[in-house]
Design a binder for this molecule. Structure first.
Ligand code: GDP
Length: 134
């Protein structure tokens, strides 16, 4: 069984899509290993997205991620990393396939409802960031 980190971002939490997104997660046979609600500090958001430091959208990304509470989840399933990214859809909601989470709940590329780890190495790092006991 593979694990991945999922985040329900501030835009989707504020719009009260948390329940619908958790429904989608459970209907797609993910096991929710851990889950909690938190609000990131600027320092935490900058460290979490350090890979994007220096990019044109970095400041906008950090501001969006600290704009309100988020839900962080450790998800488990065979092939969880790819399966969760497919379920989220394209980074830009305008290009996300019908029925994907970003198609259903994303507002813009900056406010695109969810995050998911993009590789096994990233998943290990990101899970340790939010769930050091795992
Ligand atoms: P992801 O793996 O699909 O989340 O996409 P990336 O790792 O490429 O980017 C991380 C996050 O940065 C995305 O989920 C977007 O919310 C945000 N992002 C990426 N590109 C842009 C952009 O051009 N403008 C803004 N405002 N945000 C962006």
């Amino acid at each position: 069984m593979e694990r991945t980190l999922a985040i329900i971002k501030p835009d989707a939490v504020a719009a009260k899509h948390t329940g619908n997104i958790i429904d989608i997660i459970e209907n797609n046979d993910f096991n929710i290993v851990r889950m909690y609600k938190t609000k990131l500090s600027r320092d935490q958001a900058e460290r979490f997205y350090a890979i994007h430091k220096g990019k044109s959208f970095f400041e906008e990304l950090v501001c969006m991620m600290i704009s309100g509470p988020i839900i962080v989840l450790a998800l488990e399933k065979d092939g969880a990393i790819k399966a969760w990214r497919e379920l989220m859809g394209d980074t830009n909601p305008a290009n996300a396939a019908p029925g994907t989470i970003r198609n259903l709940y994303g507002i813009s590329i900056g406010s695109n409802a969810t995050h998911g780890s993009d590789s096994p190495a990233t998943a290990v790092q990101e899970l340790a960031f939010f769930f050091p006991d795992l």
